[in-house]
Design a binder for this molecule. Structure first.
Ligand SMILES: NC(=O)N[C@@H](CC(=O)O)C(=O)O
Ligand SMILES: [Zn+2]
Ligand SMILES: [Zn+2]
Length: 334
């Protein structure tokens, strides 16, 4: 049995920089025709010079494949001139509430004080991408942030707002209440729950933020993804960390899924008799939401087992060592 996908897109990807960028970028670029590249580096991508340099570095690291880097700026209260200068070079601005996740110390402290920048972004047509979590109890952080999304969507009705890596049924409910609200969902939040992370021995390579939630949340995400909800884009949130930062007390948050995404999405959609919706979920929805026109690629998958490597360099992948039923058998670039 074979399956062909055209120009898969990853609308939430961490490529890092330096040696880590060189290691992980090809593992995304070989399967994805484009990706939204997140700006939470150290220091963040929060000025035009750093944006230009990082864009060049990503292009360099992905040069062996047709790959469109859709870059983002780390949200700050930029002035109009900066936003206008950045606009041709970014797909959106990424807002991290202060301290909620990896490399977000420089994030937004007061979400009620950023209206002028949001006003400018709405005026300039720059989308707002958000890591939507509060500082509350770990399982409640996304739910506690939903009123912020609700307020922003009402206050800025012409601003495109993307709820990144949603993990709850409640976020899906909100998605349907505002035309300018969109979302991304990861592979791992479709497959695992908190039980997989901490129900037995603690699994550092399944720990991420937002943390995986309850089975009923996963069920809601699954239903929306399998029917290719028109406002729900695939975004892996593939977030590599070196082994010694994951297998450690104080384990870094992030699941490194890039190498196994398409085989596992094929399995997931096939197992739920939803393969006809996979092309829309993994590419067409993002193209219509953002109006992007990625390079033309054709990725062929076959139901032939392969075993996931235990590591790629010093990074352990999602489902490391597992034998998966589907694999990519051909990558054709137009
Ligand atoms: N998701 C994660 O657990 N980590 C991401 C940051 C983020 O997407 O929140 C990372 O950059 O490591
Ligand atoms: Zn995030
Ligand atoms: Zn992320």
């Amino acid at each position: 049995m074979q399956l062909q996908l055209t120009s898969p897109l990853d609308m939430h990807l961490h490529l890092r920089e330096g040696a880590m960028l060189d290691l992980v970028a090809p593992l995304s670029a070989r399967d994805f025709a484009g990706a939204v590249v997140m700006p939470n580096l150290v220091p963040p991508v929060d000025n035009l010079e750093r944006l230009a340099a990082y864009t060049a570095a990503v292009r360099q690291a992905t040069q062996d494949h047709p790959f469109a880097p859709y870059m983002t700026l780390f949200f700050r209260e930029y002035d109009q001139a900066t936003l206008e200068a950045a606009r041709p070079h970014i797909i959106g601005m990424k807002l991290y509430p202060e301290g909620v996740t990896t490399n977000s110390a420089g994030g937004v402290r007061d979400l009620a004080a950023i209206a002028p920048t949001l006003e400018l972004m709405q005026h300039l047509g720059i989308p707002l991408l958000v890591h939507g979590e509060s500082h509350g109890f770990v399982l409640d952080r996304e739910a506690e942030f939903l009123p912020v999304y609700d307020r922003l969507a009402r206050q800025f009705p012409r601003l495109t707002i993307v709820m990144e890596h949603i993990t709850t049924a409640a976020a899906l409910d909100l998605l349907d209440q505002h035309p300018n609200l969109y979302a991304t969902v990861t592979l791992h939040h479709l497959l695992i729950t908190l039980d997989d992370v901490a129900g037995g021995l603690l699994q550092p390579h399944l720990f991420c933020k937002p943390i995986a939630k309850r089975p009923e949340d996963r069920a809601a995400l699954r239903a929306a993804a399998l029917r290719a909800h028109p406002k729900l884009m695939f975004g892996s949130d593939s977030a590599p960390h070196p082994l010694n930062r994951k297998e450690a007390a104080g384990c870094a948050a992030g699941v490194f899924s890039a190498p196994v995404i398409l085989p596992l999405l094929a399995e997931f959609f096939a197992d739920h008799d939803a393969l006809p919706h996979l092309q829309t979920f993994v590419s067409d929805t993002a193209r219509s939401v953002y109006g992007v026109n990625p390079p033309q690629t054709t990725i062929t998958l076959a139901r032939e087992p392969w075993t996931v490597p235990e590591a790629y360099g010093n990074v352990v992948p999602f489902y490391a060592g597992r034998t998966l039923p589907w694999q990519v058998v051909e990558r054709a670039y137009a």
